[in-house]
Design a protein around this ligand. Structure first.
Ligand code: BES
Ligand code: ZN
Length: 587
């Protein structure tokens, strides 16, 4: 026996499931999904089949005709979950597992009506990446095994299920219920299985794109995402045809723990994107870019996560460069580098987690999650582009996407292909040092632009108590402001207040800007910062904002108790993954 992935019980000697058909009833009262999963194997097989599960209640395992099959559950393991071993009689082509999920299923967040924008209906959504699909359904939960899917969700009739798949319509259900049907024809890693149930409405953005959200949010969402079709076209010019037919976006409730999730055909996005000025659409560029880097060419395991995220940040910035120009893309790169530096400091005592290729044996991927694979991966690819020249590098990228389409690959697959297509490049770039070494190599690319220099100079002067004049201040664009705020040294309480008066930072809709300013306020020790932190931490469950603000509050003795107090109040509204993060910060 050989395990395929440190985070899965899937065994290389065993049969492979190529399709899963889910039939699940969504029970908001009990907070469970109940029904069955039909797994179809690639070929008629026999012997043991090990599946990943977590907190599932297994009712029966049987043939499609209903003949019981022998199975056993191993003792649960903290990170991996519970192995379900089914013994297949010779000639088995498919098996059905009757089961229900737990109210604590790690992939699911069940929201009470009060946690939604409308306040009248409950809401349910899944987040399977990195290894939570197993809490939704028994399967081989490794990106190495791509799977097709069909689904039937029985939901209350006034709600609607959406899935990252093609909708096949709706059937009548039992009393007060309907059945929404879906089919995902392209094989995808299980972490990309996704669905949501709520009071959802669409607005068309183009013939192949729509945004979905709760009614009260959908108009603002449609305005913010107006540029999606243009973005799709720019991405197709860069990376080749979009392979997934539709590109829809579902704007989630505020507790969604990520900025976005690249679920195929249906990106899930945080409502904090709706800044009212289209300044945060880089998140959409990122999730859209995953349609090529991540969903078409996928990391084989989380040890190669940088292949997903590093490539996608690189692709995201190429899209931004095409849309907004090189200066704008460079500002985003500078913001990214700042976030990378924060992460490298956070992992000072765990340098092994700052490699691009990581050893994940015994590591909980939710705990290892950081911006390192994103931004270090980005810089590595940018270094390769620098050395190859853009034209040759772009040809390489297209060839890479073509060679590995609909496959799941490792870092070595990438390196071998790089050596074939651009011989000598990996040693020239010192690829080994990037991939298996900690931190950043000394020759890492440095984001540079005139505007960047000006903003840093402006920040330095603010540290000396000299603020930009009103003319310069009103001209600052959101991303410029962000760079400025990240570069500002510790301010006096006085200057901090003047800065707010000048730029209106504490009244901005954008959480990106408001959280950056809260950090400045907390460092300056101003009273207003504490209340601003409280509002922000109530308003969002996005970990990108929770982590730094809780960290800053917990770091200083004057605000440590406040951090605990706020968390006590907000805890119930956060996603379980976000709770774990905050609890690790609060100790
Ligand atoms: N795939 C990630 C989100 C993710 C990663 C969820 C690992 C669970 C485990 C998504 O594409 C992402 O990177 N989102 C970022 C967007 C940003 C980089 C523009 C986020 O959530 O902040
Ligand atoms: Zn991503």
């Amino acid at each position: 026996m050989a395990r395929l992935d440190p985070h899965s019980y899937a065994d290389s000697e065993q049969p492979v499931a190529e399709r899963i058909d889910l039939a699940l009833r969504v029970d908001f009262a009990q907070r469970v999904l109940a029904g069955s999963a039909l797994l179809t194997l690639r070929e008629a097989s026999a012997g043991p089949l090990d599946l990943d599960t977590r907190d599932l209640r297994i009712g029966a395992v049987e043939t499609p005709e209903g003949k019981p099959l022998r199975y056993e559950l191993a003792p649960p393991e903290r990170i991996l979950g519970t192995r379900l071993r089914v013994h297949l009689p010779p000639g088995t082509r498919a098996l059905r597992i009757r089961y229900s999920t737990s109210p604590e299923a790690s992939a699911l967040q069940w929201l009470a009506p009060s946690q939604t924008a409308g306040g009248r209906h409950p809401y349910l959504y899944s987040q399977c990446q990195p290894i939570h699909a197993r809490s939704l359904a028994p399967l081989q939960d490794t990106a190495r095994i791509r799977i097709r899917a069909g689904a039937r969700f029985t939901v209350p009739e006034h709600l609607r299920a959406l899935m990252a798949a093609a909708p096949l319509g709706r059937e009548a259900g039992g009393e007060g219920e309907v059945v929404d049907l879906f089919e995902m024809p392209q094989p995808v890693p299980p972490y990309l299985l996704a669905f949501a149930v709520g009071d959802l409405s669409p607005r068309q953005l183009s013939t192949r794109s729509a945004v979905w959200a709760e009614r009260s949010v959908v108009d603002a969402a449609a305005w913010e995402l107006d540029g999606v079709e243009t973005m799709l076209q720019v991405a197709e010019v860069l990376f080749g045809p979009y392979e997934w037919e539709r590109y829809d976006v579902l704007v989630m409730p505020p507790s969604f723990p990520f900025g976005g999730m690249e679920n195929p055909r249906l990106t899930f996005a945080t409502p904090s994107l709706l800044a009212g000025d289209r300044s945060l659409v880089n998140v959409i560029a990122h999730e859209l870019a995953h349609a090529w880097t991540g969903n078409l060419v996928s990391n084989a395991t989380l040890e190669h996560f940088w292949l997903n995220e590093g490539f996608t940040v690189y692709a995201e910035r190429r899209i931004l460069e095409a849309l907004e120009g090189a200066e704008a893309a460079e500002l985003h790169a500078a913001v990214g580098l700042h976030e990378l530096e924060v992460s490298l400091r956070r992992f000072a005592k765990r340098p092994e987690l700052t490699r691009l290729r990581t050893d994940m044996q015994g590591v909980d991927p939710d705990e290892a999650y950081s911006t390192v694979p994103y931004e270090k991966g980005y810089l590595f690819l940018r270094r390769l582009e620098e050395l190859a020249g853009r034209d040759r590098w772009d040809l390489f990228l297209r060839a890479y996407l073509d060679r590995f389409r609909f496959q799941s690959i490792t870092t070595d697959d990438f390196l071998r292909f790089l050596d074939q297509r651009l011989p000598g490049m990996s040693s020239k770039a010192g690829a080994d040092r990037w991939i298996d070494g900690p931190g950043l190599p000394p020759d890492a690319p440095q984001p540079r632009s005139r505007r960047l220099d000006e903003l840093r100079e402006m920040a330095r002067r603010a540290g000396e108590g000299v603020l930009p004049d009103e003319n310069a201040a009103v001209r600052l664009q959101p991303t410029e402001l962000l760079v400025f705020l990240q570069s500002v040294p510790e301010l006096s309480a006085d200057v901090c207040g003047q800065l707010d008066a000048l730029l209106g930072l504490s009244r901005r809709r954008s959480l990106e800007l408001r959280h950056a300013f809260v950090l400045v306020q907390l460092r300056a020790g101003v009273e207003a910062g504490r209340e601003a932190a409280r509002w922000l931490l109530r308003e969002t469950g996005r970990m990108k904002y929770l982590r730094p603000v809780y960290t800053e509050l917990a770091r200083r003795p004057q605000t440590r108790a406040l951090a605990r107090e706020i968390y006590e109040e907000t805890r119930a509204t956060y996603h379980p993954i976000a709770r774990t993060v905050v609890e690790s910060i609060l100790g």
